[in-house]
Design a binder for this molecule. Structure first.
Ligand SMILES: [Zn+2]
Length: 160
C-alpha cells in the first residue's frame, strides 16, 4: 500500500484584488517577516510560487529566499535568474504541475511600501518575457510594517 503524506498549508491572509481572491500562506508571511528591513538590512527578494483554482482563487504557498547569487543593496534587489528557474522547475515537478511561478517579492525600507517605477517596469518585463500559465502576475512588497499586494494584468498593476 502506498502512503501519501501531504503537507497541510494554512492560509491566514485573504485579500481581494479586482476579480481575484488572493490567499497568502502562513509560511510566506513568516518568511516576509524575517526579511523586514528593520535594522539597515539590504533589500531581499525572490519569486512567488503557488496554485490557481476556479473562480479566480489564487493560493500563494511558497517564496524563494535570497541566495548568494542575488545582487542586493539597501535600495535595490535583483534576483539571480538561474536559481529561480531551478526552483520553479523542481516545485512544478514535485507537485505534479500544481505549483507554478506566480510572481515576484522583495522588501522596501519604508513602513507602508508602494512599488517603485523600477518595480513596475520589472513586473511588466517578467509578464512579457516569461512563459506564464496564467494571465496575471503577483507583486508583493514587504515594508517595515505593511505588506503591499498587487496583481498585474491587462497592462496595469491593481492593488485595490
Ligand atoms: Zn521595490
Amino acid at each position: 500500500m502506498r502512503c501519501i503524506v501531504a503537507k497541510y498549508i494554512i492560509y491566514m491572509m485573504v485579500v481581494k484584488r479586482d476579480k481575484y481572491i488572493i490567499h497568502v500562506s502562513d509560511e510566506i508571511l513568516s518568511i516576509l517577516d524575517k526579511y523586514k528591513q528593520k535594522n539597515y538590512q539590504n533589500e531581499s527578494g525572490g519569486i512567488i510560487l503557488g496554485s490557481v483554482y476556479e473562480d479566480n482563487n489564487i493560493y500563494l504557498s511558497k517564496l524563494s529566499e535570497p541566495n548568494a547569487s542575488d545582487k542586493s543593496s539597501r535600495y535595490s534587489f535583483e534576483r539571480d535568474k538561474k536559481t529561480a528557474q531551478m526552483i520553479v522547475n523542481s516545485e512544478f515537478y514535485k507537485s505534479d504541475g500544481k505549483v507554478i511561478y506566480l510572481g515576484e517579492w522583495h522588501t522596501h525600507p519604508e513602513s507602508n511600501p508602494s512599488p517603485s517605477f523600477t518595480d513596475i517596469k520589472m513586473i511588466k518585463k517578467q509578464y512579457k518575457n516569461n512563459k506564464i500559465n496564467e494571465d496575471f502576475l503577483i507583486l508583493l512588497v514587504q515594508g517595515i510594517e505593511k505588506l503591499y499586494i498587487g496583481i498585474y494584468n491587462d497592462n496595469q498593476l491593481i492593488d485595490k
